[in-house]
Design a protein around this ligand. Structure first.
Ligand code: NDP
Length: 321
């Protein structure tokens, strides 16, 4: 037909959601987004999608060819953190949104509670004693005398406090800006950190990984904790100076650690962290995005964006989280 422009006739959806992660979770996202946002085209196939139609992408790492999506508006992280994005690779005009969803929160509540109770009730010692068939009961410490401190007072720390409160542990937390949380002594700034560390028996790291927090769990931090304190490391592997941790454990200043994240991941065979008898290691399994709840959270965020409201979990590029 004269004048017919085949290119313009190509079916171009108004905006497409591109799912760039594993297919099993993608199927769940597909179904839930179809229910929540029936007008939003969905694709799991970066190779065949019209790049100009893509407005939203959800991914774990930044695709090397991100610039081909010329109408992209939002990059959603499939995980709670965004450190893996190296935000400099994402053009400034794009919104970056991290994952805040009920499944991640619930799993982190379980993990933190489990780790705190295991340390509080001396399980690392009892696991060792079992290996040598040694029956020996340690003096019990009451929850009211076991002080818990969390580095970071974000969504996961606050949810973890909710689970810990009923046990009666004295609770503290530290953040960048001042916070108020019922039942939690909140600290901020350098002097606040010093005070909290000096009064913390179980220290939990729930910080995001940024330029300010890389290597944060170091000899200086461990030195400020009381004798016999222990660590729960659920932030990111690069927060931890593992040699400093091993020294603090070997000297007896720290009594144990539960570690879910390492650098590198997976932790290679033969790494000293594997071998230390007072360290419990889990393979980055504390909390995992649950597609059923995550898809609902993303759908709600797209509805907010359409209404001109900032999405929940919008990353502040200056702060890096
Ligand atoms: P949020 O962004 O909600 O909270 C981060 C908190 O850390 C805020 O309270 C913030 O302070 C504080 N913070 C950030 N930088 C500093 C700093 N330089 N000094 C002092 N405080 C600081 O994060 P989430 O609670 O959602 O998640 C926390 C982290 O947990 C993730 O970034 C990730 O690293 C980790 N994670 C680990 C998982 C696992 O399976 N192991 C799973 C999911 C998350 P302020 O309140 O002032 O902004």
């Amino acid at each position: 037909m004269p004048g017919r422009n085949l290119k313009s006739e190509k079916l171009k959806p108004a905006m497409t959601f591109l799912f760039n992660s594993d297919a099993a979770r993608g199927q769940v996202f597909r179904d839930i987004l179809a229910r929540e946002l029936p007008d939003l085209p969905f694709s799991m196939d970066a190779a065949s999608v019209d790049p100009d139609a893509v407005r939203y992408i959800i991914t774990w790492t930044v695709p090397p060819d991100l610039s081909r999506y010329r109408n992209l508006e939002v990059v959603f992280s499939i995980g709670a953190g965004v450190d893996q994005f190296q935000a400099a690779k994402i053009p400034d005009h794009l919104k970056i949104v991290r994952m805040i969803e009920d499944g991640i929160i619930r799993m982190m509540q379980e993990y933190v509670t489990l780790a705190v109770l295991a340390l509080h009730r001396n399980w690392p010692t009892y696991i060792l004693q079992k290996q040598s068939e040694f029956w020996n009961s340690l003096p019990p410490v009451q929850a009211a005398d076991r002080r818990i401190g969390i580095l970071g007072l974000g969504s996961l720390a606050q949810a973890s406090f909710d689970r810990l409160k009923p046990f009666g542990f004295p609770l503290s937390g530290w953040s960048r800006s001042p916070r108020e949380i019922e039942g939690v002594r909140c600290f901020h700034g350098e002097s606040g950190l010093r005070t909290m560390l000096s009064e913390t028996d179980i220290l939990i790291c729930l910080l995001p990984l940024t330029d300010d927090t890389r290597g944060f769990l170091n000899a200086d931090i461990f030195r400020q904790l009381p004798q016999g304190a222990s660590l729960v490391q659920v932030g990111r592997g690069q927060h931890l100076d593992y040699e400093a941790l091993l020294s603090a454990l070997d000297s007896g200043h720290l009594s144990g650690a539960v570690i879910d994240v390492t650098d590198p991941q997976p932790l290679p065979a033969g790494h000293p962290l594997w071998k230390h008898e007072r360290i419990i290691i889990t393979p980055y399994t504390a909390s995992v995005t649950q597609p059923q709840t995550a898809a609902v959270a993303v759908a709600n965020n797209i509805k907010r964006l359409r209404a001109g409201i900032d999405p929940i979990g919008l990353v502040d590029r200056q702060r890096g989280y």
